[in-house]
Every structure is written in structure tokens, then in C-alpha cells.
Design a protein around this ligand. Structure first.
Ligand SMILES: O=P(O)(O)OC[C@H]1O[C@](O)(COP(=O)(O)O)[C@@H](O)[C@@H]1O
Ligand SMILES: [Mg+2]
Ligand SMILES: [Mg+2]
Length: 343
């Protein structure tokens, strides 16, 4: 990985600060990977604490440990401020630094004790000239990101990132020497796929267009989409994103009618935006069901956003279900009934 970073910085010296942040995150991820690998031998990392995070979620031991480890690491990088899922307010670091970092230190917390893949997601933004508060740096649309990425701690620990205007990269940790090596030389998300990921237990809470799309997937070859689908739901965004990068598919976490879930569950700045950049730079599409995620202007530092991403064909199809109910009616005689009953 070092050779890749050096080569990019040699070609464009302006990438040096972001490259330094990637190095620090990679080094911290190596430590995280080995302690996660110890599981119960280290202690109950998945145990709940008495505390809650910025969003009211009960914090797990590993959420807090991961937050402390990454924040400590970022103190050694050119970072002006850190926004973390686990901190209610932004943390000011080096006021002369050119970049800020938003981070979900531990993604997929519900999977810690279950020995299922979990991860770390981060977004690097340039400081906003003339910002009147530390929060203002983070309230930029995701297209402004200077770098972004995630680490997945699974059977393999891999570091997936974008630096500057480069394409998505995947480097995998060789646990024998503690270094990351390039796993794939070029990455391109399949344009189409018959695999979808959604938490279907929320079906009754979804809006009509999401229900219509999933209904049509479930009908398979007998339905309007005329093909059989397969479903996955890991409940770790990093694991769904990694799978989709490798073999295509669509992920949906839409807004729904549960209290507090009008904008879904995922946070725009440190979950949706970095995943969206990685997906776009690998040829995929990411939206809030209708519009491009990277064009959304965050309303608040911990704001949520509906997130749909993956292969371009199904993601664009979901947008059509939302923007044009007639489209669904034409495709599916069932939608007429759905429309009458539910729209
Ligand atoms: O439990 P649900 O509603 O299916 O939500 C699962 C989603 O929540 C998350 O766990 C949210 O992330 P955190 O674990 O960082 O809060 C995502 O990784 C995952 O996609
Ligand atoms: Mg998360
Ligand atoms: Mg988290």
C-alpha cells in the first residue's frame, strides 16, 4: 500500500495530507484487526455499556475502544477536526491542518459477538475556508471528499479506499507481516445483478415504491422483472458494500415510518457519503432512493439519509419506482391494486 500512496503523491503533491491520513487509519486498523480476532479472549467486546452515542444507540465496548484508537491515531495526522458517530460534538485537533475526518469507528456493532464481519468507515474533507464553527467543515456535500474508505474486519481484513480523483482500491492485510497488499488491480461493479439486500422485517414500515420494488423482486421470474432474485442481509454496511463491489447487487436502507427512521438508519456524513464515493469510483451508483447521495447537503453533523447503492441498473430502477408510479403500473398489473390500496 505504501508504494501506491508514494506513487500517487509523487504524481500530485497535494495528495500528501490525505495519504498520511490513510496511513494512520491503516495502522490503527491493523491493531483493531488483531484485537477483534481475539474475540472473547480479549473480553466481551460486544458487551453493552450504560452509555449511548450521538444517535441514542447503546454503545458497545468495542464502539468506544475503536473510537479512542482512531481518534488517537488521527492526532498524528494533518487533521483539523474529527466527527465521530461515538462523539456528540466535533473534536478540534490541529487548527492549521488542511483536512477534517468523519468516522464510524465500528460499523455493524450488532455483529461483534456473533463473529460476523464488522468495519470502520471514514470520510476525509477539505477544511472549509471561512468556516465559522468546526461543524461547518463537515456540512459539505459528499462530492467534496478528498478521500474516503472503509476497513472490513472479516475472514480477510481489507482496506477499501479512494484517494483524490483516483479509482476505488482494495488492499488486504497480510497478517504474517502486518502490511496491506493490493488485492485486485482494477475494480468494476457489475452493471446488473439479481441480488438485493434489505432488512425485510421493516416491510410494513416502507413507502409504497420500496414495497412495490421488493414485491416485484420476490415475484421472481413470474413477476414483472422476469427473473429470479436472491436476497442477503448481513446488517454490517461494510460487508454488504464489499460483496457488492466484488459481485454486484443492490443495497437499500430507505426511510420508513418507524419513529426516528424517516431518513432511514445510516448517517450521511460518515456512512452514506464514503460508501457512495467508493461505489461511484468503481462504476456503481448511490442515491437516497431518488437523487445522487454525493450531491446531498448535510443538514446536521449526525444527519441520517436513505441509502440505495450498487449496480447501476437496479439502483436506477429503484429511482424510477419512486419518481414515476406509472412506470410500475405499466410493468406490473399488481401495482394497480397496490396503488389503490397503498399509495
Ligand atoms: O439492524 P438494522 O436496522 O438492520 O441495521 C443494520 C445497519 O445498521 C448498521 O449496523 C449501522 O451502523 P452502526 O453499527 O455503526 O450503528 C449498518 O452497518 C447496517 O447496515
Ligand atoms: Mg455504521
Ligand atoms: Mg458504528
Amino acid at each position: 500500500m505504501e508504494a501506491y500512496l508514494e506513487q500517487r503523491v509523487a504524481a500530485d503533491a497535494r495528495l500528501a495530507p490525505a495519504a498520511q491520513i490513510l496511513r494512520v487509519i491503516a495502522a490503527t486498523a491493523v491493531e483493531m484487526s488483531s484485537l477483534i480476532g481475539l474475540g472473547q479472549l480479549y473480553g466481551r467486546l460486544g458487551a453493552s455499556r450504560a452509555s449511548t452515542n450521538s444517535d441514542g444507540d447503546v454503545q458497545k465496548e468495542l464502539d468506544v475502544l475503536a473510537n479512542d484508537m482512531f481518534v488517537d491515531g488521527l492526532r498524528r495526522a494533518p487533521v483539523a477536526a474529527v466527527l465521530s458517530e461515538e462523539l456528540s460534538e466535533t473534536l478540534a485537533l490541529d487548527p492549521s491542518a488542511p483536512l477534517v475526518v468523519a468516522i464510524d469507528p465500528l460499523d455493524g456493532s450488532s455483529n461483534i459477538d456473533a463473529n460476523v464481519s464488522i468495519g470502520t468507515i471514514f470520510s476525509v474533507l477539505p477544511v472549509l475556508p471561512g468556516a465559522t464553527s468546526p461543524d461547518a467543515h463537515f456540512l459539505q456535500p459528499g462530492r467534496a471528499q478528498a478521500a474516503a474508505g472503509f476497513v472490513i474486519y472479516g475472514p480477510q481484513t481489507s482496506f477499501v479506499f479512494v484517494l483524490g480523483d483516483g479509482p476505488t482500491q482494495i488492499f488486504t492485510l497480510d497478517r504474517r507481516d502486518g502490511l496491506f497488499y493490493q488485492a485486485l488491480s482494477s475494480l468494476s461493479i457489475a452493471k446488473d445483478s439479481a441480488e438485493y439486500a434489505i432488512n425485510a422485517s421493516n416491510y410494513r414500515h416502507w413507502d409504497a415504491p420500496v414495497r412495490a420494488y421488493i414485491d416485484d423482486c420476490v415475484q421472481g421470474a413470474e413477476g414483472p422483472l422476469k427473473r429470479n432474485y436472491n436476497m442477503r442481509w448481513v446488517a454490517s454496511l461494510v460487508a454488504e458494500a464489499y460483496r457488492i463491489l466484488l459481485r454486484g447487487g443492490i443495497f437499500l436502507y430507505p426511510g420508513d415510518h418507524r419513529p426516528g427512521y424517516g431518513e432511514g438508519r445510516l448517517r450521511l456524513i460518515y456512512e452514506a457519503n464514503p460508501i457512495a464515493l467508493i461505489v461511484e469510483r468503481a462504476g456503481g451508483v448511490a442515491t437516497n432512493c431518488v437523487q445522487r447521495t454525493l450531491d446531498e447537503v448535510p443538514a446536521a453533523i449526525h444527519a441520517r439519509a436513505p441509502l440505495v447503492f450498487g449496480s447501476s441498473d437496479p439502483v436506477e430502477l429503484v429511482a424510477r419506482y419512486h419518481s414515476d408510479p406509472q412506470f410500475s403500473a405499466e410493468r406490473s398489473p399488481l401495482f394497480g391494486r397496490r396503488g389503490l390500496m397503498r399509495l
